[in-house]
Ligand binder design. Structure first.
Ligand SMILES: Cc1ncc(C[n+]2csc(CCOP(=O)(O)OP(=O)(O)O)c2C)c(N)n1
Ligand code: SF4
Ligand code: SF4
Length: 720
């Protein structure tokens, strides 16, 4: 694993009452869990909560394991959700984590946990990414949680409050026997701050102090007639108890002097955006003190809402504005219906003014908020409008300072990535044969094949659903089906959803398994294919992909090295040759380059420091030979393969060049060769700490051919 946290970071998790911890939202949440006395933790990685799994894994040996906290590298979100069963039947506290998309994967199991109810505090830390900085589908956790009767905590961006609400979420869960989802948005997860800590609490039971005997009560078994009774209990008893706890413990917060005529209602990190905009409009100071005309109710809990608190806040106002982010607008619908039921006549504004779709960043909020404030604070209207206009003007001025728009930087494969050549191969095949295959991708780095320069992924339908997304299509289309999956996704769910489904239904397809040994896109996490677990402990069993396919009855299966172009292309071609309809598998085996470099580079530094000989390979482009048609880039896209001015002033375009980040994977040279493009690529071996004899020989050569020798004593050698 990429080990994101230092020993000093982790050591702070032991801090007690009144001490300080400096760290990101993930570290703060982990500290909150320890202060709450959890007995188990698990989950599945995904941004923006991958760092929580990293923090727990990095803390495992020193903090979690000695306390007897069970930590699991869950196979997927459903496995993580199932682990929460421990809290249904015993008073142990536990937490799991996944990103918002994982809600869907966990649902079936979690619906059972939620319906039965929990004895011990049960918290899911959901990576909420409504602004979709790193997610394929824009969605909120709220609608999902509401249908499953789950409490949702949506904290404003304040790490101290996050620490408190993490602890409180376990209390709230126990007070209401309800599962709690704690939303961790990127604004909190990836922001660093200092917090004051409290003592860690011992867990009730753990791997050292084991539960002697536990037996589930029959009435808590989820089958009719218990099902109906549990449903009644959930909505008439448990959630109302949650509501009482929220009120009694002040989980929602009021800001302002309490007698303002304008009431604003915010939730989550929308609070911080609103305060920023109010301060730009001159209606709040930098520290968040509001203009006396304004009161604000911040909903840190968005399900359930507390009607009495809302009515109390709204009733004495002249105007109320709800600033709710995203769809469906469930807070607004509930509030409007509450005002209607109670016959409250206070004018209420919501998505009729505030943008209803998309993240509410300050630039999108300043227009509607200034309009609202200018209308309802007429004596300040000119100043408010002027401030909003000034802000807009400053933005336009800043934009004009750039002679050209900033170059877009769409996501792309890393330098030397082993997945890129697979798509280069497919692209070249298509160019050579004129046949366009149907490519269903799955969820992982390879999903970027849908972007430039490949533009060749046809579908991307959710984790583990890739090949299955192409069953009907492969049966009904003349096109070949060549679909891809990563080892992480294969073990997450595709082995069942796609492979079992495909074999059973005689799907005619070629399945390319990108075996890079890691769940790479989340920041390199272990999966059953990596061997060890996230914690570094050994994984049980030998989950070998090739043997598993064979055992499942796949007859055509072959392994290939994606960097060996000719061999890979031959095998890919062979396996696609028409035979009876069946699932054919090609395993592209090469480690994630980013992760490989994390091992290689420190090792190389160590060898250099010890004076040992080190050879580093790189590719280069001959500036004089390159004609500048950029064809090599169109089927590659390696960030190290870039552009340079030509030495020849007669050439009308820039020529290709390779920067010093090149890891020498050789792919661009192979592409140039495979696509019969040009002979301008050459491989260079940079040798460090060479011996005296070699140095002498090189110097002699340099006298004859004055290129290739560096004054530092490093020798370079062209190898064709
Ligand atoms: C349901 C769900 N859970 C988690 C994620 C987060 N996620 C995005 S890419 C990815 C890694 C996939 O790993 P793998 O298939 O091995 O592909 P690689 O990134 O290694 O190429 C994960 C877990 C997600 N998008 N959806
Ligand atoms: S993280 Fe690894 S698998 Fe993903 S693009 Fe980078 S090198 Fe390729
Ligand atoms: S050899 Fe080419 S494709 Fe490989 S890392 Fe270097 S520039 Fe990129």
């Amino acid at each position: 694993m990429s080990h994101a946290f230092t020993d000093q970071d982790i050591q702070q998790l032991e801090h007690g009452e009144g001490q300080r911890l400096y760290g990101d939202g993930a570290l703060v949440v982990l500290k909150g869990m320890l202060e709450a006395g959890i007995s188990y933790f698990g989950g599945y990685p995904g941004s923006p909560t991958s760092n929580l799994i990293d923090a727990a894994a990095d803390a495992y040996d020193k903090v979690l394991k000695p306390r007897g906290i069970y930590m699991e590298s869950s196979a997927n979100e459903m496995s993580a959700a199932a682990m929460c069963t421990a809290s249904c039947y015993t008073p142990v506290r536990g937490a799991v984590t996944w990103k918002v998309l994982g809600n869907g994967v966990a649902t079936d199991v979690l619906d059972h946990v939620s319906q039965i109810g929990v004895e011990g505090g049960t918290v899911i830390v959901v990576g909420e990414d409504y602004g979709v900085s790193s997610t394929t589908v824009a969605q909120r956790t709220l609608p999902w949680a509401m249908k499953s009767g789950i409490v949702v905590i949506d904290p404003r961006a304040d790490q101290q409050l996050l620490l408190k609400l993490t602890r409180e979420s376990f209390e709230l869960s126990e007070a209401s026997n309800t599962v709690v989802a704690l939303l961790l948005r990127p604004q909190l997860s990836h922001a660093n701050a200092e917090v004051k800590t409290a003592n860690n609490a011992p867990s009730r039971y753990n791997t050292h102090d084991k539960i002697q005997f536990s037996v589930a009560e029959p009435h808590r078994y989820p089958l009719p007639p218990n099902t109906q009774r549990q449903e009644v209990e959930r909505y008439t008893d448990r959630l109302p108890r949650a509501e009482k706890y929220i009120l009694a413990n002040g989980l929602n917060e009021k800001f302002g002097q309490g007698n303002g005529k304008i009431g604003l209602i915010t939730h989550g990190t929308v609070f911080n955006t609103t305060l920023r905009v109010l301060s730009l409009l001159g209606l709040a100071d930098e520290r968040g003190t509001l203009d006396p005309a304004i009161d604000l109710l911040q909903l840190n809990v968005v399900n359930p809402l507390c009607p009495e608190q809302l009515v109390d806040f709204i009733s004495d106002k002249e105007q109320v504005l709800l600033i709710e982010e995203g769809q469906p607008d469930l807070i607004e619908k509930q509030l409007r219906s509450l005002l209607h039921e109670r016959d409250i006549k206070v004018p209420f504004t919501g998505h009729d003014l505030i943008p209803g779709v998309g993240e509410l960043v300050p630039g999108r909020l300043i227009g509607p908020l200034s309009e609202f404030m200018a209308q309802h604070l007429p004596e300040r209207a000119d100043e408010i409008k002027q401030r909003a206009a000034d802000k807009l003007q400053r933005q336009q001025m800043a934009a004009k300072l750039f002679p050209k728009p900033v170059t877009p930087r769409p996501p792309t494969f890393c330098t030397g990535c082993p997945e890129r050549p697979v798509f280069s191969q497919m692209k070249i095949n298509e160019m050579l044969t004129g046949n366009k295959d149907w490519h269903a991708t799955d969820v992982g780095c390879y999903g970027m094949a849908g972007l430039a320069p490949f533009n060749m992924a046809d579908s991307n339908m959710g984790m583990g659903g890739g090949l299955a997304a192409a069953t009907a299509l492969s049966a009904m289309s003349e096109q070949h089906n060549v679909s891809v999956v990563g080892d992480g996704t294969l073990w997450h769910s595709a082995m069942n959803t796609c492979v079992v489904n495909g074999i059973y239904n005689q799907q005619d397809a070629t399945y390319v398994v990108l075996d890079n040994k890691w769940t790479a896109m989340t920041g390199a996490h272990e999966n059953p294919n990596s061997g060890p677990q996230l914690t570094g402990e050994a994984g049980g069993g030998d989950l070998n992909i090739e043997r598993t396919f064979k055992a499942m009855g796949v007859k055509q299966i072959v392994k290939a090295n994606p960097y060996k172009f000719k061999d890979f292309q031959k095998k890919l071609k062979q396996i696609q040759e028409p035979k009876e309809p069946q699932l054919r598998v090609i395993i592209s085996e090469a480690e994630c380059q980013l992760q490989r470099q994390r091992t290689v580079k420190p090792l190389r530094r160590k060898m250099l420091a010890a004076g040992e000989r080190v050879e580093v390979e790189r590719l280069g482009v001959d500036n004089d030979v390159c004609v500048g048609d950029h064809a090599c880039m169109r089927v590659n896209g390696c960030p190290s393969l870039t552009l340079n001015e030509s030495n020849n002033t007669l050439k009308s375009t820039q020529v290709a060049a390779i920067d010093t980040n090149c890891v020498g994977c050789g792919v661009c040279g192979e592409i140039a060769h495979a696509a019969r493009l040009c002979p301008s690529f050459h491989k260079v071996t940079v040798s460090h700490n060479i011996g005296w004899y070699e140095k002498l020989w090189d110097n002699l050569k340099a006298l004859l051919i004055p290129v290739g020798v560096k004054a530092t004593g490093e020798a370079t050698e062209g190898v064709g």
